[in-house]
Design a protein. Structure first.
Length: 454
Protein backbone atom coordinates (compact mmCIF):
# COMPACT_ATOMS: atom_id res chain seq x y z
CA UNK A 1 0.00 0.00 0.00
CA UNK A 2 1.48 3.38 -0.97
CA UNK A 3 1.12 6.43 1.26
CA UNK A 4 -1.24 8.07 -1.25
CA UNK A 5 -3.53 5.10 -1.83
CA UNK A 6 -6.37 6.64 0.20
CA UNK A 7 -8.43 9.59 -0.94
CA UNK A 8 -8.63 11.22 2.49
CA UNK A 9 -5.65 12.79 4.27
CA UNK A 10 -3.58 10.64 6.59
CA UNK A 11 -4.19 11.24 10.28
CA UNK A 12 -0.49 11.64 11.09
CA UNK A 13 2.77 11.70 9.16
CA UNK A 14 6.10 11.50 11.00
CA UNK A 15 8.97 12.36 8.72
CA UNK A 16 12.75 12.61 8.66
CA UNK A 17 13.40 10.12 11.48
CA UNK A 18 15.32 6.88 11.84
CA UNK A 19 12.88 4.01 12.43
CA UNK A 20 13.62 0.84 14.40
CA UNK A 21 12.28 -2.03 12.29
CA UNK A 22 12.19 -5.83 12.58
CA UNK A 23 12.82 -8.37 9.84
CA UNK A 24 11.07 -11.72 9.35
CA UNK A 25 13.40 -13.35 11.89
CA UNK A 26 12.60 -10.64 14.44
CA UNK A 27 16.08 -9.16 14.17
CA UNK A 28 16.13 -5.40 14.64
CA UNK A 29 17.46 -2.86 12.17
CA UNK A 30 17.28 0.86 11.53
CA UNK A 31 15.80 2.62 8.52
CA UNK A 32 17.21 6.12 8.07
CA UNK A 33 15.59 9.25 6.63
CA UNK A 34 12.28 7.48 6.95
CA UNK A 35 8.64 8.38 7.41
CA UNK A 36 5.73 6.73 9.21
CA UNK A 37 2.18 7.21 7.92
CA UNK A 38 -0.66 6.63 10.39
CA UNK A 39 -4.32 6.24 9.51
CA UNK A 40 -7.22 5.18 11.77
CA UNK A 41 -4.85 4.39 14.65
CA UNK A 42 -2.79 1.98 12.55
CA UNK A 43 0.62 2.26 10.86
CA UNK A 44 -0.26 2.40 7.18
CA UNK A 45 3.31 2.48 5.89
CA UNK A 46 6.95 2.92 6.79
CA UNK A 47 8.52 4.61 3.82
CA UNK A 48 11.07 7.25 2.85
CA UNK A 49 10.82 10.87 3.84
CA UNK A 50 10.81 11.82 0.15
CA UNK A 51 7.78 9.59 -0.51
CA UNK A 52 5.58 11.64 1.80
CA UNK A 53 6.47 15.07 0.47
CA UNK A 54 3.17 16.71 -0.30
CA UNK A 55 1.11 13.92 1.26
CA UNK A 56 -1.99 15.45 2.85
CA UNK A 57 -2.19 14.82 6.61
CA UNK A 58 -4.21 16.16 9.52
CA UNK A 59 -1.01 16.33 11.59
CA UNK A 60 2.69 16.22 10.73
CA UNK A 61 5.73 15.84 12.96
CA UNK A 62 9.17 16.80 11.72
CA UNK A 63 11.35 14.24 13.54
CA UNK A 64 14.78 15.01 12.13
CA UNK A 65 17.48 13.99 14.64
CA UNK A 66 15.09 11.58 16.34
CA UNK A 67 14.57 7.81 16.37
CA UNK A 68 11.10 6.27 16.16
CA UNK A 69 10.79 3.22 18.43
CA UNK A 70 7.83 1.00 19.22
CA UNK A 71 6.37 2.28 22.47
CA UNK A 72 7.91 0.62 25.51
CA UNK A 73 5.82 -1.87 27.49
CA UNK A 74 5.84 -2.16 31.27
CA UNK A 75 5.02 -5.85 31.62
CA UNK A 76 4.38 -5.84 35.37
CA UNK A 77 3.53 -2.93 37.62
CA UNK A 78 1.03 -1.69 40.20
CA UNK A 79 0.29 1.86 39.07
CA UNK A 80 -1.49 3.18 42.19
CA UNK A 81 1.58 2.32 44.27
CA UNK A 82 3.30 5.50 43.08
CA UNK A 83 1.53 6.97 46.12
CA UNK A 84 3.90 4.84 48.25
CA UNK A 85 7.06 5.88 46.41
CA UNK A 86 9.89 6.19 48.96
CA UNK A 87 7.73 5.12 51.91
CA UNK A 88 9.35 1.74 52.59
CA UNK A 89 13.08 2.13 52.12
CA UNK A 90 16.11 -0.03 52.95
CA UNK A 91 14.08 -2.96 54.25
CA UNK A 92 14.19 -6.71 53.60
CA UNK A 93 11.22 -8.11 51.71
CA UNK A 94 9.27 -9.43 54.72
CA UNK A 95 9.46 -6.17 56.66
CA UNK A 96 8.71 -4.17 53.52
CA UNK A 97 5.42 -6.03 53.10
CA UNK A 98 4.33 -6.62 56.69
CA UNK A 99 5.46 -3.43 58.41
CA UNK A 100 4.75 -0.83 55.73
CA UNK A 101 3.14 -1.77 52.42
CA UNK A 102 0.33 -4.09 53.48
CA UNK A 103 -0.69 -1.93 56.48
CA UNK A 104 -0.84 1.14 54.23
CA UNK A 105 -2.76 -0.70 51.51
CA UNK A 106 -5.50 -1.43 54.04
CA UNK A 107 -6.23 2.34 53.90
CA UNK A 108 -6.61 2.53 50.11
CA UNK A 109 -9.69 4.27 48.78
CA UNK A 110 -10.93 4.48 45.22
CA UNK A 111 -9.81 8.10 45.07
CA UNK A 112 -6.27 7.16 46.14
CA UNK A 113 -6.15 4.58 43.36
CA UNK A 114 -7.40 7.08 40.76
CA UNK A 115 -4.81 9.68 41.72
CA UNK A 116 -1.99 7.13 41.89
CA UNK A 117 -2.91 5.70 38.50
CA UNK A 118 -3.06 9.16 36.93
CA UNK A 119 0.37 10.08 38.27
CA UNK A 120 1.76 6.73 37.13
CA UNK A 121 0.36 7.10 33.63
CA UNK A 122 1.83 10.59 33.36
CA UNK A 123 5.22 9.24 34.45
CA UNK A 124 5.10 6.40 31.94
CA UNK A 125 3.94 8.56 29.04
CA UNK A 126 6.85 10.92 29.68
CA UNK A 127 9.19 7.90 29.77
CA UNK A 128 8.04 6.50 26.43
CA UNK A 129 5.85 3.72 27.86
CA UNK A 130 2.68 3.18 25.84
CA UNK A 131 1.39 -0.08 27.40
CA UNK A 132 1.44 -1.53 30.90
CA UNK A 133 0.26 -4.70 32.66
CA UNK A 134 -1.22 -4.00 36.08
CA UNK A 135 -2.76 -6.11 38.83
CA UNK A 136 -4.07 -4.31 41.90
CA UNK A 137 -7.19 -3.33 43.84
CA UNK A 138 -10.10 -1.10 42.70
CA UNK A 139 -9.17 -1.78 39.09
CA UNK A 140 -12.29 -0.14 37.68
CA UNK A 141 -10.68 3.10 38.78
CA UNK A 142 -7.48 2.24 36.89
CA UNK A 143 -9.50 1.30 33.81
CA UNK A 144 -11.19 4.70 33.91
CA UNK A 145 -7.80 6.43 34.07
CA UNK A 146 -6.50 4.38 31.11
CA UNK A 147 -9.58 5.30 29.11
CA UNK A 148 -9.08 9.00 29.80
CA UNK A 149 -5.30 9.29 29.44
CA UNK A 150 -5.06 7.30 26.20
CA UNK A 151 -2.61 4.55 27.18
CA UNK A 152 -2.94 0.83 26.45
CA UNK A 153 -3.11 -1.65 29.34
CA UNK A 154 -3.70 -5.22 30.42
CA UNK A 155 -5.56 -5.00 33.73
CA UNK A 156 -6.38 -7.58 36.39
CA UNK A 157 -8.23 -7.35 39.70
CA UNK A 158 -5.82 -8.93 42.20
CA UNK A 159 -7.11 -11.33 44.83
CA UNK A 160 -5.97 -13.43 47.81
CA UNK A 161 -7.54 -16.66 49.06
CA UNK A 162 -8.06 -14.90 52.39
CA UNK A 163 -10.84 -12.94 50.69
CA UNK A 164 -12.86 -16.13 50.24
CA UNK A 165 -14.69 -17.07 47.02
CA UNK A 166 -15.59 -13.42 46.48
CA UNK A 167 -11.99 -12.56 45.53
CA UNK A 168 -11.81 -14.81 42.48
CA UNK A 169 -15.40 -13.98 41.54
CA UNK A 170 -14.60 -10.27 41.53
CA UNK A 171 -11.46 -10.84 39.46
CA UNK A 172 -13.46 -12.76 36.84
CA UNK A 173 -16.32 -10.27 36.81
CA UNK A 174 -13.91 -7.37 36.25
CA UNK A 175 -12.03 -9.22 33.50
CA UNK A 176 -15.18 -10.05 31.56
CA UNK A 177 -16.80 -6.65 31.95
CA UNK A 178 -13.74 -4.54 31.09
CA UNK A 179 -12.33 -6.74 28.33
CA UNK A 180 -11.80 -4.83 25.05
CA UNK A 181 -12.61 -1.53 26.75
CA UNK A 182 -11.39 1.93 25.79
CA UNK A 183 -11.83 1.21 22.10
CA UNK A 184 -9.78 -1.98 22.40
CA UNK A 185 -6.91 -0.41 24.35
CA UNK A 186 -7.83 -2.34 27.51
CA UNK A 187 -7.34 -6.09 27.70
CA UNK A 188 -7.86 -8.02 30.92
CA UNK A 189 -6.49 -10.94 32.92
CA UNK A 190 -7.31 -12.99 35.97
CA UNK A 191 -4.93 -11.93 38.73
CA UNK A 192 -4.32 -14.31 41.66
CA UNK A 193 -1.65 -12.63 43.73
CA UNK A 194 0.85 -15.50 44.14
CA UNK A 195 1.10 -19.19 45.07
CA UNK A 196 1.99 -18.21 48.66
CA UNK A 197 -1.21 -16.15 49.09
CA UNK A 198 -3.59 -18.13 46.86
CA UNK A 199 -4.42 -21.75 47.71
CA UNK A 200 -3.94 -24.54 45.18
CA UNK A 201 -7.70 -25.04 44.89
CA UNK A 202 -8.17 -21.38 43.99
CA UNK A 203 -5.33 -21.51 41.47
CA UNK A 204 -6.93 -24.57 39.88
CA UNK A 205 -10.28 -22.76 39.73
CA UNK A 206 -8.53 -19.76 38.18
CA UNK A 207 -7.00 -21.95 35.50
CA UNK A 208 -10.39 -23.48 34.69
CA UNK A 209 -12.00 -20.06 34.38
CA UNK A 210 -9.13 -18.74 32.28
CA UNK A 211 -9.55 -21.57 29.79
CA UNK A 212 -13.34 -21.33 29.77
CA UNK A 213 -13.36 -17.58 29.11
CA UNK A 214 -10.16 -17.31 27.03
CA UNK A 215 -8.48 -15.06 29.59
CA UNK A 216 -4.79 -14.83 30.45
CA UNK A 217 -3.47 -15.07 34.01
CA UNK A 218 -1.07 -12.53 35.57
CA UNK A 219 0.53 -13.40 38.92
CA UNK A 220 3.71 -13.31 40.99
CA UNK A 221 5.57 -16.63 41.25
CA UNK A 222 9.05 -17.73 42.30
CA UNK A 223 9.73 -14.08 42.95
CA UNK A 224 12.92 -14.86 44.81
CA UNK A 225 14.97 -17.85 45.91
CA UNK A 226 13.68 -17.68 49.50
CA UNK A 227 10.13 -18.27 48.23
CA UNK A 228 11.29 -21.27 46.24
CA UNK A 229 13.24 -22.73 49.18
CA UNK A 230 10.31 -22.22 51.55
CA UNK A 231 7.88 -23.82 49.11
CA UNK A 232 10.17 -26.84 48.78
CA UNK A 233 10.54 -27.14 52.55
CA UNK A 234 6.81 -26.82 53.30
CA UNK A 235 5.20 -28.50 50.31
CA UNK A 236 7.93 -30.45 48.50
CA UNK A 237 7.44 -28.52 45.27
CA UNK A 238 8.67 -25.26 43.78
CA UNK A 239 6.25 -22.40 43.04
CA UNK A 240 6.53 -23.23 39.32
CA UNK A 241 5.59 -26.85 40.08
CA UNK A 242 2.55 -25.48 41.93
CA UNK A 243 1.55 -23.61 38.78
CA UNK A 244 2.02 -26.77 36.73
CA UNK A 245 -0.02 -29.06 38.98
CA UNK A 246 -2.87 -26.54 39.32
CA UNK A 247 -3.13 -26.03 35.56
CA UNK A 248 -1.97 -22.42 35.50
CA UNK A 249 0.81 -23.34 33.06
CA UNK A 250 -1.91 -24.59 30.69
CA UNK A 251 -3.15 -21.00 30.36
CA UNK A 252 -1.60 -17.90 28.83
CA UNK A 253 0.25 -16.89 31.97
CA UNK A 254 2.48 -13.92 32.73
CA UNK A 255 4.79 -14.65 35.68
CA UNK A 256 6.19 -11.65 37.51
CA UNK A 257 9.88 -11.79 38.46
CA UNK A 258 10.81 -15.49 38.48
CA UNK A 259 14.23 -14.91 40.06
CA UNK A 260 13.57 -18.10 42.05
CA UNK A 261 13.04 -20.25 38.95
CA UNK A 262 15.25 -23.34 39.23
CA UNK A 263 16.91 -25.45 36.57
CA UNK A 264 14.37 -28.18 37.33
CA UNK A 265 11.54 -25.75 36.57
CA UNK A 266 12.71 -25.13 33.00
CA UNK A 267 11.28 -28.35 31.45
CA UNK A 268 7.87 -27.49 32.92
CA UNK A 269 8.00 -24.02 31.42
CA UNK A 270 9.22 -25.42 28.10
CA UNK A 271 6.32 -27.89 27.98
CA UNK A 272 3.88 -25.02 28.43
CA UNK A 273 4.24 -24.56 24.68
CA UNK A 274 5.03 -20.88 24.50
CA UNK A 275 1.98 -19.89 26.54
CA UNK A 276 4.13 -18.76 29.47
CA UNK A 277 5.97 -15.45 29.70
CA UNK A 278 8.05 -13.84 32.45
CA UNK A 279 8.40 -10.17 33.38
CA UNK A 280 11.72 -9.01 34.80
CA UNK A 281 12.07 -5.87 36.95
CA UNK A 282 15.77 -5.85 37.90
CA UNK A 283 16.02 -2.63 39.89
CA UNK A 284 13.87 -3.99 42.70
CA UNK A 285 15.92 -7.18 42.93
CA UNK A 286 19.06 -5.11 43.50
CA UNK A 287 17.31 -2.98 46.09
CA UNK A 288 16.05 -5.99 48.05
CA UNK A 289 19.50 -7.62 47.76
CA UNK A 290 18.03 -10.77 46.25
CA UNK A 291 20.87 -13.16 45.40
CA UNK A 292 19.59 -14.09 41.94
CA UNK A 293 17.90 -12.41 39.01
CA UNK A 294 15.49 -13.57 36.31
CA UNK A 295 17.24 -16.32 34.29
CA UNK A 296 16.71 -14.55 30.99
CA UNK A 297 19.17 -16.63 29.00
CA UNK A 298 17.76 -19.98 30.14
CA UNK A 299 14.20 -18.81 29.50
CA UNK A 300 15.07 -17.47 26.08
CA UNK A 301 16.74 -20.78 25.20
CA UNK A 302 13.47 -22.66 25.83
CA UNK A 303 11.32 -20.13 23.98
CA UNK A 304 9.78 -18.31 26.94
CA UNK A 305 9.42 -14.58 26.20
CA UNK A 306 10.89 -12.28 28.82
CA UNK A 307 9.37 -8.81 28.95
CA UNK A 308 10.72 -5.76 30.75
CA UNK A 309 9.02 -4.30 33.80
CA UNK A 310 9.44 -1.97 36.75
CA UNK A 311 7.12 -3.47 39.38
CA UNK A 312 5.42 -0.80 41.51
CA UNK A 313 7.11 2.46 42.43
CA UNK A 314 7.03 1.46 46.12
CA UNK A 315 9.82 -1.03 45.43
CA UNK A 316 11.43 0.44 42.32
CA UNK A 317 10.95 4.15 43.05
CA UNK A 318 10.24 4.75 39.37
CA UNK A 319 8.28 3.39 36.42
CA UNK A 320 11.21 3.88 34.03
CA UNK A 321 11.30 0.93 31.63
CA UNK A 322 14.22 2.56 29.85
CA UNK A 323 16.25 2.02 33.01
CA UNK A 324 14.98 -1.58 33.20
CA UNK A 325 16.25 -2.16 29.66
CA UNK A 326 19.76 -0.94 30.46
CA UNK A 327 19.89 -2.74 33.82
CA UNK A 328 18.68 -6.01 32.29
CA UNK A 329 21.51 -5.92 29.77
CA UNK A 330 24.17 -5.08 32.37
CA UNK A 331 22.98 -7.53 35.05
CA UNK A 332 22.68 -10.36 32.55
CA UNK A 333 26.26 -9.77 31.38
CA UNK A 334 27.46 -9.91 34.97
CA UNK A 335 25.32 -12.91 35.97
CA UNK A 336 26.34 -14.94 32.93
CA UNK A 337 29.95 -13.70 33.07
CA UNK A 338 29.70 -13.02 29.34
CA UNK A 339 30.05 -9.52 27.86
CA UNK A 340 28.71 -10.83 24.54
CA UNK A 341 25.38 -11.86 26.08
CA UNK A 342 22.33 -9.64 26.02
CA UNK A 343 23.68 -7.16 23.54
CA UNK A 344 22.04 -3.82 22.99
CA UNK A 345 20.09 -5.24 20.06
CA UNK A 346 18.88 -8.13 22.19
CA UNK A 347 17.85 -5.68 24.92
CA UNK A 348 15.83 -3.68 22.39
CA UNK A 349 14.21 -6.93 21.23
CA UNK A 350 13.13 -7.70 24.81
CA UNK A 351 11.81 -4.14 25.17
CA UNK A 352 9.69 -4.38 22.02
CA UNK A 353 8.75 -7.75 20.49
CA UNK A 354 9.22 -9.94 23.56
CA UNK A 355 7.43 -7.51 25.85
CA UNK A 356 4.50 -7.34 23.43
CA UNK A 357 4.26 -11.15 23.42
CA UNK A 358 4.49 -11.21 27.22
CA UNK A 359 1.32 -9.13 27.61
CA UNK A 360 -0.55 -10.99 24.88
CA UNK A 361 -0.25 -8.25 22.27
CA UNK A 362 2.38 -9.77 20.01
CA UNK A 363 0.21 -9.36 16.93
CA UNK A 364 -0.87 -5.82 17.80
CA UNK A 365 2.07 -3.75 19.06
CA UNK A 366 5.83 -4.11 19.57
CA UNK A 367 6.80 -3.19 16.01
CA UNK A 368 6.46 -0.19 13.75
CA UNK A 369 5.07 -1.97 10.72
CA UNK A 370 2.05 -1.78 8.41
CA UNK A 371 -1.06 -3.12 10.13
CA UNK A 372 0.26 -2.66 13.67
CA UNK A 373 -1.37 -0.23 16.05
CA UNK A 374 0.40 3.11 15.94
CA UNK A 375 2.03 2.96 19.38
CA UNK A 376 5.41 4.63 19.03
CA UNK A 377 7.76 7.14 20.60
CA UNK A 378 10.24 9.65 19.21
CA UNK A 379 13.62 9.83 20.94
CA UNK A 380 15.87 12.87 20.56
CA UNK A 381 19.52 11.89 20.14
CA UNK A 382 20.94 15.37 19.60
CA UNK A 383 22.02 15.85 23.23
CA UNK A 384 25.69 15.77 24.24
CA UNK A 385 25.27 12.50 26.18
CA UNK A 386 24.14 10.68 23.01
CA UNK A 387 26.79 12.02 20.64
CA UNK A 388 28.62 10.80 18.67
CA UNK A 389 26.68 7.72 17.54
CA UNK A 390 28.91 4.80 16.57
CA UNK A 391 26.39 2.05 17.35
CA UNK A 392 22.78 3.27 17.37
CA UNK A 393 21.48 0.32 19.38
CA UNK A 394 24.10 0.87 22.09
CA UNK A 395 23.37 4.59 22.13
CA UNK A 396 19.67 3.91 22.70
CA UNK A 397 20.18 1.33 25.46
CA UNK A 398 23.19 2.67 27.33
CA UNK A 399 23.42 6.40 26.56
CA UNK A 400 19.88 7.63 25.96
CA UNK A 401 17.50 8.14 28.86
CA UNK A 402 13.75 8.24 29.20
CA UNK A 403 14.00 12.04 29.41
CA UNK A 404 15.15 11.99 25.76
CA UNK A 405 11.67 10.85 24.68
CA UNK A 406 10.12 13.88 22.95
CA UNK A 407 6.81 12.49 21.72
CA UNK A 408 4.60 9.56 22.77
CA UNK A 409 1.81 8.23 20.55
CA UNK A 410 -0.78 5.52 21.27
CA UNK A 411 -3.30 4.34 18.68
CA UNK A 412 -2.22 7.26 16.52
CA UNK A 413 -3.12 9.78 19.24
CA UNK A 414 -0.36 12.08 20.47
CA UNK A 415 -0.26 11.86 24.28
CA UNK A 416 2.93 13.94 24.66
CA UNK A 417 4.40 16.34 22.11
CA UNK A 418 7.80 17.95 22.62
CA UNK A 419 7.73 16.83 26.31
CA UNK A 420 4.33 18.45 26.94
CA UNK A 421 1.79 16.05 28.43
CA UNK A 422 -1.57 16.44 26.74
CA UNK A 423 -3.87 14.10 28.71
CA UNK A 424 -2.89 14.38 32.42
CA UNK A 425 -2.66 17.47 34.65
CA UNK A 426 0.27 16.45 36.85
CA UNK A 427 0.24 19.51 39.09
CA UNK A 428 -3.41 19.03 40.07
CA UNK A 429 -2.94 15.28 40.66
CA UNK A 430 0.13 15.85 42.83
CA UNK A 431 -1.65 18.56 44.84
CA UNK A 432 -4.66 16.40 45.70
CA UNK A 433 -2.58 13.30 46.36
CA UNK A 434 -0.38 15.25 48.74
CA UNK A 435 -3.44 16.28 50.75
CA UNK A 436 -4.52 12.65 51.09
CA UNK A 437 -1.15 11.19 52.14
CA UNK A 438 -1.55 11.50 55.95
CA UNK A 439 -4.68 9.33 55.92
CA UNK A 440 -3.24 6.92 53.37
CA UNK A 441 0.04 6.31 55.20
CA UNK A 442 -1.36 5.97 58.74
CA UNK A 443 -0.34 2.62 60.23
CA UNK A 444 -1.67 3.15 63.73
CA UNK A 445 -4.70 0.91 63.10
CA UNK A 446 -2.56 -2.26 63.13
CA UNK A 447 -4.28 -3.85 60.13
CA UNK A 448 -2.73 -5.56 57.10
CA UNK A 449 -4.30 -6.64 53.85
CA UNK A 450 -2.28 -9.86 54.02
CA UNK A 451 0.61 -11.58 55.84
CA UNK A 452 3.92 -12.17 54.09
CA UNK A 453 5.25 -15.48 55.41
CA UNK A 454 7.53 -17.30 53.02
Amino acid sequence: MTPSSHGKPADLVITGCTVLVHDDREEIGFREDAAVVVRDGVVESVTTAAAVDGLAAADRIDARGQVALPGLINCHTHTPMVALRGLAEDLPTEEWFNDVVWPVESNLTVRDVILGARLACAEMIRAGVTTFADSYFHMDAVAAVVTQCGMRAQLGQAYFSSQGPEGLAASLEFALRRRDGAGGRITTALAPHAPYTVADADLAATAELARAHDLPVHLHAAENRDQTDTSLARHGVTPIEVLERTGILDTDVLIAHGTGITEGDLPLLARAGGRTAVATAPRGYLKFAWPTTTPVRALRDIGVPVGLATDGAASNNSLDVWESMALTSLIQKSTENDPRWLTSRQALHHATVQSAHAVGLGDTVGRIAPGRRADLVLVDLTGPHTQPVHDLAATLVHSARSADVRTTIVDGRVLMRDRELLTVDVAEVARELGERLPALTDRGHGRRVQEYDT
